[in-house]
Design a binder for this molecule. Structure first.
Ligand code: BGP
Length: 477
């Protein structure tokens, strides 16, 4: 059955990206590597076909072109990050690198001139590598102070034009891949450092929120938030054992950031649990007060795929470093739909389920989908004779996810908009340009030229008509 789905009033449609995944290194100075740059240089072997952040999409030279396409599509907003490692020439003193700041200022002006609202994230994995080397990155409390100084400089420079700021994109990711799972350079496993990083980032979110308010940067039409990757978790069955596994998964990967950001506090018993596993971080009572007083205005949520778990069948070896999988095992649900390229299950209802959760468990705080999208390999095979990639699979993906998002709004969730990852194809950590996500193709063979995919026109029409057609397959056959 074909249904016409209308976008709710004021519901925005945008697209996201980040500085390190698009800009390229043009103009980058000695000592300005981010952690991602350093990882790429140190262990390039694992980066798909050797591509990485060095050139990326060359956004630094081509943002004007990208914004023209956004204008053509009618995109409401564009989210990217400010590259901490490049915006400052000295991280201790927060001395601004004028050259990078001038580029950034022009870029923001161009974005606005094309009718697109900029949304800026202060860290999308771009922690300066020199802070990793000197202090162990977010393991150090001093880095929280440096981050606040950096944020204030950013507000001073661009706060007159940027209304929407975010502390982090996916604050849990780096330390989970590095210290918890040991999957990435520099291959140093440390579960306690993992927790310390989580904590310092939650603290930094509150501290920057406070600086934003107290520095007078928060005009009435401005909002400060953070962007959290929620790992939508489903228990294998309704058994207490499976449900407990899902609950612990949710605690260690989701509530660990949602709770301090939105409720201003960790749940009761959490610190005891951390202590029982030997990973209780260093904290001060005054930090908890700061968090309590500074919840964010809204949150962006990155939602890609569900995670399914069950209670453990095998015990974890005694003496193994703590990992949340102490409480769960992943569960491979028969019959699940897959995006085979990225290896992620497709289950569009995750947006609706989270919408209801925000409504019922998080005081119906304002939120938006900050990333959702489909990464596909070898998209050239879907090119039509005119040269355009016919990404109908991506259009289906958008329709289904938007359908469930709008259902969430209809049932009272304070969901304000939806952003695709990403505007153009860009560099993923390690996978580089392997899986393409963009509405706009980046042609690596031809000077990184841009070309709109069919999905860009789906966005364009949906924005122009404030509606789209959705094939709701309800027929029993
Ligand atoms: C999100 C990140 C993005 C982007 C995206 C795509 O988790 O915020 O930076 O990379 O995932 O996933 P991947 O790059 O792993 O394919």
């Amino acid at each position: 059955m074909t249904e016409k789905i209308y976008l709710p009033d004021h519901f925005f449609l945008g697209a996201a990206a980040s500085a390190w995944q698009t800009e390229g290194w043009k103009g980058k100075k000695e000592g300005q590597d981010s952690f991602m740059d350093a990882w790429y240089k140190a262990h390039r072997d694992v980066w798909h076909e050797g591509y990485g952040p060095a050139v990326a999409t060359d956004f630094i030279e081509r943002y004007e072109e990208d914004f023209s396409y956004m204008e053509e599509i009618g995109l409401n907003c564009y989210r990217t990050s400010l590259n901490w490692s490049r915006f400052l020439a000295d991280y201790e003193e927060a001395t601004v690198d004028e050259e990078y700041a001038a580029y950034y200022s022009r870029m923001i002006d161009s974005c606005i001139a094309h009718g697109v609202e900029p949304m800026i994230c202060l860290e999308h994995y771009e922690i300066p590598q020199s802070l990793m080397e000197r202090y162990g990155g977010w393991n150090s409390r001093h880095v929280v102070d440096l981050f606040v100084k950096y944020a204030v400089k950013a507000f001073e420079r661009f706060g007159d034009r940027v209304k929407y700021w975010f502390a982090f994109n996916e604050p849990i990711v780096i330390q989970t891949r590095v210290y918890l799972d040991g999957l990435r350079w520099p291959f140093h496993q440390d579960s306690k450092a993992w927790m310390q990083w989580n904590y310092h980032k939650a603290l930094a979110t509150a501290a920057v929120m406070e600086a934003y308010k107290e520095g007078g940067f928060k005009r009435p039409d401005c909002k400060f938030g953070t962007i959290i990757n929620v790992e939508s978790v489903y228990a294998r069955t309704d058994s207490p054992d499976d449900r407990n596994a899902a609950d612990k998964y949710d605690l260690f990967y989701n509530r660990i950031f949602l709770d301090p950001a939105i409720k201003g506090a960790y749940e009761e018993g959490f610190f005891d649990l951390l202590e029982s596993h030997g990973i209780l971080m260093d904290y001060r009572d005054e930090d908890l007060k700061l968090m309590k007083e500074n919840p964010v205005d809204w949150v962006g949520i990155n939602l890609y795929h569900p995670n399914r778990v069950r209670g453990r069948i095998n015990a974890v070896r005694e003496g193994a470093p703590f990992h949340p999988c102490y409480y769960y095992e992943e569960f491979d649900m028969p019959g699940k739909k897959m995006n085979p390229f990225r290896g992620w299950e497709i289950y569009p209802r995750i947006i609706y389920d989270f919408a209801i959760r925000m409504r019922d468990e998080y005081g119906n705080k304002e939120w938006f989908v900050a990333e959702n999208g489909m990464g596909v390999q070898n998209e050239g095979q879907y090119r039509d004779p005119s040269g355009m990639i016919q990404d109908d699979y991506r259009i289906d993906f958008f329709q289904q996810h938007l359908y469930w998002a709008i259902k969430g709004v209809q049932e009272g969730s304070n969901l304000k908009g939806y952003m695709n990852w990403a505007f153009t194809d860009n560099v993923s950590p390690m996978n580089a340009f392997k899986n393409r996500y963009g509405l706009v193709e980046i042609d690596l063979e031809h000077n990184r030229n841009r070309r709109l995919k069919k999905s860009a026109y789906f966005f364009k029409e949906t924005i122009a008509n404030r509606s789209f057609s959705y094939e709701n397959d309800t027929e029993y056959r």
